[in-house]
Design a binder for this molecule. Sequence first.
Ligand code: 13P
Ligand code: MG
Ligand code: MG
Length: 498
Amino acid sequence: MGDKRYGPPKGSTGMSDYHQSRDELAGLPQTVAEKIPVTNTPNIFSYKSYVFAKNPALVQRYIKATKADVGGVGGHVVAAEEVKSIIAKFVMDNNGYNGEPIFTSLIVTHTGDDVAVTGIMAESVDMSVVDELMWDALNEGARKAAELGLYGPGQDLVADAFTGNLRGTGPATVALALPVRKDNASQTVLVSYADKTEPMAFNYYATGAYLLPRFNTGLVIAASKMKRGYIFDVVDLDTKAQAIEAGAHPRDQKALDGKMEELAKGLQEKVISLRGPEDLYDIEGLCRSSRFVIARIWSRNDNGERDSLGYICSAERLHNIKTKKGFTYGGKDDPVLLAFAQGDWPAPGEITSPWAAAPMVAGDCRGSHNLHILPMPINSQTSYWSGPIISAVTLSCNIHTGRIGAISDQFALGTPWDVVRQQAAQLAIQFRNAHGIKQPATLHEDELEYQEGWKERRARLEQSFEFRPAFTLGNGDGHSVNGGAKPAAVGAGKSETD
Ligand code: 13P
Ligand code: MG
Ligand code: MG
């Protein structure tokens, strides 16, 4: 890339340009003397001269969330505060495009070993510039991670270089257009981040409150657009399977690579749009495996057609990205989700409700298991077996000023989610101890990550397999390695009665 297109906004004076939510109560009487810590609420950085503007321009604004693992403390356990701060600093120091701030408000969080930058920006900002800023900020974070000796510095920055867009480079990134309306400036946005799992995990969200009245009564009783159901874009993420279906032989790595490269070209996706509730069985049928992910959900107009986009998740798989090392990558794809809540969209508690039953998802340690996912407060670490975790926060956004005004943490401590965490933990312990390395506690061999060792072992064993006459008791047919009833007779293949 040539010269950087971002830089400090016009007249920037550094951090004093930003309001920080942690200072909100400065000068006001404090109504609470002591607090029980229930979550690590993120500090909200807001560009003062914009979010406190008396007459803000009524413009289209976007919310964008970008997430990547740039190095973990203690292996893949948790992101480092210093790395997060370096990323936040880089973004705020360079938060300008054509003199205007890029993000009017932003937060920097972590979920397990993944760092996320989530913020609001205006339509005047070129998305490829924001992507470049994110790529460079995450690379700064990776440099700090290396300096601190963290594990896997730059783990998810898979592409060899930035080429104009974050898609296909490693970090997960999604954006939603905020509504534009004169009245009622408030919009609730739910942001969810998952670690040690894959985008398919979010199918639990999508096939819950958007599809089934048992998760969301509003589908039946609300007067909003919700009563018409939603339109679901389901994406096929398995380019390897697509390559095989297109004729490449599964053992012909060159043919597979060639086909996968062709499929990845032009940033295209293989997608089908289905309607809820009409296509319920088709949606549920596709969305039960890792291959198919509900990437986007649209509300429906009077004619039942696409209205506005209110749900988007990072439906991408890192092992589909070609690097110098080919298509291999260790780890799952730790997704991120943005969704509107309230109004034409489900309430936050409805959206999160499928997690209350503690479903199992693929991922976990070595990206090679199924395990019950733990709903955790924002800025949490992973725990036993490096198990899958999910966090969900709701942002109160002012669509007129572009300010994230306040945050609630859906899975905070001290809520009934404590019971879910405990149940999920108990189920997980039972499940792992009962099955050990066996399926379904480990994944099918096609889905194992870091599997080179298994491939070697499997290939060696394959060499020693042989075809013999089917074993029947007493035929002495050469099943001699402690397996046969009798030692093999001289003149192998002959039975004793010959
Ligand atoms: P991450 O993808 O979160 O780095 O996890 C890798 C892994 O498999 C840890 O065991
Ligand atoms: Mg990691
Ligand atoms: Mg991770």
